[in-house]
Design a protein around this ligand. Structure first.
Ligand code: DQA
Length: 147
């Protein structure tokens, strides 16, 4: 099975960006962590990042034919984007929403995510491990066969 891991705006700056909140690991580090666990689980993972809302919609739509599930950190668009939530509803794939930080411990405007209403699972506050937990969940749900 294939899982598409999609990261939204400013996550390309992970490691440099507010390390007190988001940690010191880069996006490449996070991708390496996920790739290592995916190999053990017998899952193929693909990675994409975009700072643009419409491009994120395109990436989600592309997953319809290229993946069996989506791990998405919509970043700031979580709190604003009906288009991204609609794209997830349209593709009808299992979706794990991930946030590195615990959005509920932070500013009020981060407490609501449009994506959560269409996600199967929401993981926040676990840092990079959240992506691995999301992968574990999706692999179990889809019955991935470890080598
Ligand atoms: C984030 C939380 C969002 O509120 C924020 O806009 C981000 C990252 C997280 O991973 O904790 O860019 O999604």
């Amino acid at each position: 099975i294939t899982v598409s891991v999609i990261n939204g705006p400013n996550l390309n700056l992970l490691g440099l960006r507010e390390p007190g909140i988001y940690g010191s690991q880069s996006l490449a580090d996070v991708e390496q962590l996920v790739t290592a666990r995916a190999a053990e689980l017998g899952v193929t993972v693909t990675f994409a990042q975009s700072n643009h809302e419409g491009e994120l919609v395109d990436l989600i739509q592309d997953a319809r034919t290229s993946a069996h599930a989506i791990i998405l950190n919509p970043a700031a668009y979580s709190h604003t984007s009906v288009a991204i939530a609609d794209a997830l509803s349209a593709v009808q794939l299992p979706v794990a929403e991930v946030h590195l930080s615990n959005i509920h411990k932070r500013e009020e405007f981060r407490h609501h995510s449009f994506v959560s209403a269409v996600a199967d699972v929401v993981i926040c506050g676990a840092g990079p491990l959240g992506y691995v937990l999301a992968l574990e969940y999706l692999a179990a749900k889809l019955g991935a066969a470890p080598d």
